[in-house]
Design a protein around this ligand. Structure first.
Ligand code: NAG
Ligand code: NAG
Ligand code: NAG
Ligand code: NAG
Ligand code: NAG
Ligand code: NAG
Ligand code: NAG
Ligand code: NAG
Ligand code: NAG
Ligand code: NAG
Length: 829
């Protein structure tokens, strides 16, 4: 904020003098640039001039900044180490092609570092020009149109499209990013992003002399430490590894999208795109992204998993080197072998274990040989006693092919998606049980085709038998009803205020039509106003209601004890001979579906509200699933069961079908599949199996409905889960943003919306194991930098439309481990 102010102030100051002189983008030997003047690139994208990052300091720097957007971020600073004291400085071009910065006494403060390209004393008529890419180049007639010097070869803390970070091996020119000392001090800070050429070249962020974050080697089209690189969509990163050059650059994938990468003074690397409207930088990736990115957190032969607690474990065949410290969660000492290697010359008595979905270990002492195939690579490793692991990661991506590690394996972590495969050498006896973190669904897939058929038949049968049974039971039910009511009214289990029937009659104006709010599944709901003026909602269960005594008691008991801002509050109940009623707090904005699916009301929901609703439902659900005293599965989560209060805060309601689990049960089966089609998960509809993951499925449907303003209506017989289908198709075609309803399509943060769509798709995945728990969902939604796994095929997608699924990199996320993650997160806050 302060920075913008400075820029605005400066912009005003700097415009005044420049208006007089005409706008120019070129500096010649005869026309130096004085403090107060600016060069503007031809298209107006960038400006060059003097600036002060700290308004209360007189230090002036020559810099390039964005010109035609509202955020005038500085992207390059010339004299980082030697500011001009006070105004009166100037930038000049000498006749030999060197740029010089003078202070008011004509003392040279800074001169452009030589690139090795400028032959001394041979310049003819040099000119310096600021380009629309943000590059300041010096041209010289000797070289014709080629530049002799460019600012892109001497980056500050910002990488722009077209800039190359890395080495020119011929000239030994090393282009790296150096952070500012602080956001208001452009002098060189502690952090540097550079390519380190030792071993297999890799991207390293150093802090002083130690490694802060390892981006890792470039394999195929990605960095091993940032597997999401190819999925950026908005930019394309290109890695170059030739005998002449090693490094990378990026280009916008879409024309005219402005993007930049900045190394902040705290060491984080942030990648932004400019989104207009609303006219702001949108962060689309950040590194390091979690604690597993801390360099070698788990020590040699240790591996980090951000979804587990403790997050460090030893590779298979290894044990902690220092168990007491390991137990105390200090894993720096890493792990040692259980059994020493045999390592006879080339006879191959040792074996390998496969580790999948991993960030390949530090390659600073590794060697790569792209000519070796998988068997040769393995043989090469077995032959050399110092070899500890190999990988073929480069082979597929056209990268380095076989990589062989010697000695310790450092800085490994699991990625939910996009990791590589590593073969770790262990004693032959340990290798027999190969561990891999992958799991596959091949067996399940057959079931998934057969089960729907059986499922449909089953449901048909159930419906018919229900109809027959219904008539017989009707009479008996009325009799039993009265008996149950009497029992319940004297039930000590129900720990809730009882309301008089008369009070309710008075409050609801004798259940008048005007007071009727709607018709729920189990009877009408009325608005009431008590004598004290407090508004209430009364759910009057019809006598013929399917909600029997058990459901009623269940609802009362499950929610009487629940208190959470995202759950509707039960105030009391009323049980009298003919009546069963539940009294809730009144929600003036009714339910979510009344907004989403109404042409006029939907425009009232802006993205911020929708996002809050998405998060709020998740919090309420997490509370039901994990944080309340008992585990509760709602079983009928849908847009019409999400109520909105005055502030549009969502509240989950209607617990008539909720199931309570005590102890460790997490899953149950029922013969009575009840719920709402369109929101029910496949395993529940087909097999009657429900678990917290069935609620997660319904939640995913709600997210998609909130974004698209479309209903996911469907019946099990027709495959018209239009919404899920559509979302899945658009997602795979890279056009997910088209899912967004026009009522919000004016201004919203694309990255946030895409993240929500992705989470929605993750929640509606066909297989329960693939769906995240609500704790992970909240983490995914609220931590803008968490890498999300790629969604697999959702349940109920039309069978004709399928995509090749890639299970190779999925990591097993046991229920327990995820629970622990949520605990550690809560602890951490
Ligand atoms: C800024 O200038 C560049 C180069 O002319 C142009 O591509 C871009 O669209 C402009 N941006 C705005 C916001 O005017
Ligand atoms: C700005 O400069 C003044 C004077 O040099 C210094 O005292 C102050 O700490 C600086 N402010 C910031 C935010 O760096
Ligand atoms: C600085 O140099 C310019 C031109 O070379 C000259 O006009 C000016 O008088 C000099 N200023 C001082 C303080 O020496
Ligand atoms: C260019 O000229 C400046 C002064 O005019 C001098 O200091 C510098 O050494 C020269 N550079 C080369 C490469 O000749
Ligand atoms: C970054 O580049 C500068 C200039 O080429 C060089 O002196 C420095 O050693 C480099 N730092 C790293 C970590 O590569
Ligand atoms: C590259 O990494 C190695 C090993 O970590 C280190 O010794 C060396 O100094 C690094 N090189 C540069 C230029 O930073
Ligand atoms: C680092 O600084 C950037 C920019 O100032 C900020 O957005 C980010 O949250 C900071 N990260 C940490 C971990 O402090
Ligand atoms: C290695 O040793 C540890 C502790 O001695 C043991 O828990 C682990 O199961 C062993 N692993 C293998 C693969 O033998
Ligand atoms: C290893 O075996 C190869 C042939 O299998 C032989 O040529 C080589 O000399 C042996 N090396 C050692 C160190 O024994
Ligand atoms: C074994 O590997 C190490 C490290 O890669 C290497 O220095 C050594 O030359 C290799 N030895 C043989 C016999 O290939």
């Amino acid at each position: 904020m302060q920075k913008t102010m400075i820029f605005v102030l400066f912009a005003i100051l700097s415009i005044l003098p420049t208006v007089a002189t005409s706008l120019r983008d070129t500096l010649t030997t005869s026309s130096p640039l004085n403090d107060g003047e600016t060069l503007i690139s031809a298209g107006g994208a960038f400006a060059l001039g003097f600036f002060s990052p700290n308004s209360s300091s007189s230090k002036r720097y020559v810099a390039i900044w964005y010109h035609n957007i509202s955020s005038h971020d500085v992207v390059w600073v010339a004299n980082t180490r030697s500011p001009v004291a006070g105004s009166g400085g100037s930038l000049a071009l000498t006749s030999n092609g060197t740029l010089l910065v003078f202070d008011h006494k004509n003392t040279t403060i800074w001169s452009s570092p030589s690139t090795g390209k400028t032959p001394t004393g041979t310049a003819i008529n040099p000119t310096a020009q600021l380009l629309d890419t943000g590059n300041l180049i010096v041209r010289d007639d000797v070289f014709g149109n080629n530049y002799v010097w460019q600012s892109f070869d001497h980056p500050s803390n910002t990488m722009l499209a077209g800039m190359f970070i890395g080495w020119d091996r011929r000239t030994r020119l090393n282009r790296n990013l150096t952070s500012w000392a602080s956001p208001t001090d452009p002098s060189p800070g502690e952090y540097t992003t550079a390519i380190n050429l030792s071993g297999v070249p890799q991207v390293i962020v150093t802090q002083g002399h130690s490694v802060f974050f390892r981006g890792g080697p470039m394999i195929g089209n990605r960095l091993v430490g940032m597997p999401e690189t190819p999925n950026y969509a908005v930019i394309t990163v290109t890695f170059v590894t030739t005998t002449e050059e090693v490094g990378y650059y990026f280009e916008p994938a879409v024309n005219n999208v402005m993007s930049m990468l900045r190394l902040n003074s705290n060491g984080t690397g942030q990648r932004f795109v400019w989104i207009d409207p609303p006219g702001q930088w949108s962060l689309f990736s950040e590194s390091p992204q979690d604690r597993c990115d801390e360099f070698s957190l788990c020590g040699p032969f240790g591996i980090c998993n951000a979804y587990e607690s403790p997050s460090c474990r030893c590779l298979y065949g290894f044990r902690p080197k220092n168990p007491p410290r390991w137990v105390l969660r200090d894993a720096r000492d890493g792990c040692i072998r259980n059994k020493t290697l045999d390592c006879r010359n080339g006879t191959g008595t040792d074996g390998f274990v496969t580790v999948s979905g991993v960030k390949l270990p530090d390659t600073s002492a590794a060697v790569a040989d792209s000519s070796l195939g998988s068997e040769e690579c393995k043989a090469r490793c077995l032959k050399n006693c110092s070899c500890t692991a190999y990988s073929l990661a480069g082979a597929a991506g056209g990268g380095s092919g076989c990589i062989i590690w010697a000695g310790e394996l450092n800085d490994m972590r699991f990625f939910p998606t996009g990791g590589s495969e590593l073969f770790v050498r262990v004693a032959a006896t340990d290798a027999s049980g190969t561990v891999s973190s992958q799991y596959n669904h091949k067996g399940k897939r057959i079931i998934a085709i057969v089960v729907p058929l059986i499922g449909c038949l089953l449901i048909g049968c159930i419906l018919i038998s229900c109809l027959i049974a219904y008539h017989n039971k009707k009479k008996e039910r009325t009799r039993r009803y009265h008996k149950e009511n009497d029992e319940m009214a004297s039930d000590n289990d129900i720990d809730l205020p009882f309301y008089d029937f008369e009070t309710i009659v008075e409050a609801t104006n004798n259940f008048s039509e005007e007071n009727k709010l709607g018709e729920g599944g189990f009877g009408p709901v009325y608005k009431g106003k008590k004598r004290d003026g407090k508004e209430i909602a009364v759910k009057r269960l019809s006598k013929s209601s399917k909600q029997g005594a058990n459901e009623f008691k269940n609802e009362v008991m499950s929610i009487a004890k629940l208190q959470h801002r995202n759950l509707v509050l039960l105030l009391g109940c009323c049980i009298q001979r003919h009546e069963r009623m539940l009294i809730y707090e009144y929600m003036p904005n009714k339910s979510l579906d009344t907004f989403l699916f109404d042409k006029e009301k939907k425009v009232l929901l802006n993205w911020k509200m929708r996002y809050n609703i998405i998060i709020g439902i998740a919090r309420g659900l997490l509370y039901l699933h994990q944080d309340s005293a008992v585990r509760i599965i709602h079983r009928d989560l849908k847009a019409s069961n999400i109520l909105l209060n005055q502030e549009m805060e969502p509240k989950i309601s209607d617990f008539g079908l909720a199931r309570i689990f005590r102890g460790d049960d997490t899953k149950s089966e029922t013969k009575r599949v009840v719920g709402t089609y369109g929101y029910m998960s496949p395993e529940y509809v087909m097999e009657g199996i429900f678990s917290v993951k069935s609620d997660v499925f319904s939640y995913g449907v709600i997210i998609l409905e909130i974004i698209s303003n479309r209903r996911n209506t469907s019946s099990p017989s027709q495959s018209n889960n239009h919404l899920i289908d559509r979302a899945w198709i658009l997602w795979n075609e890279g056009k997910a943003i088209e899912l967004v309803d026009e009522s919000i399509s004016n201004s919203f943060p694309i990255i946030e919306v895409l993240r929500c769509i992705k989470v929605g798709l993750l929640c509606v995945q066909e297989y329960t194991n693939d769906r995240p728990l609500m704790s992970s969902v909240i983490l995914m939604l609220t931590s803008g930098t968490e890498v999300l796994p790629e969604p697999k095929r959702p349940g109920f997608v039309s069978r004709g439309y399928s995509f090749e699924e890639d299970h190779s990199s999925s990591i097993k996320q046991g229920v327990e481990s995820i629970n622990e993650v949520s605990l550690t997160i809560l602890d951490g806050r």
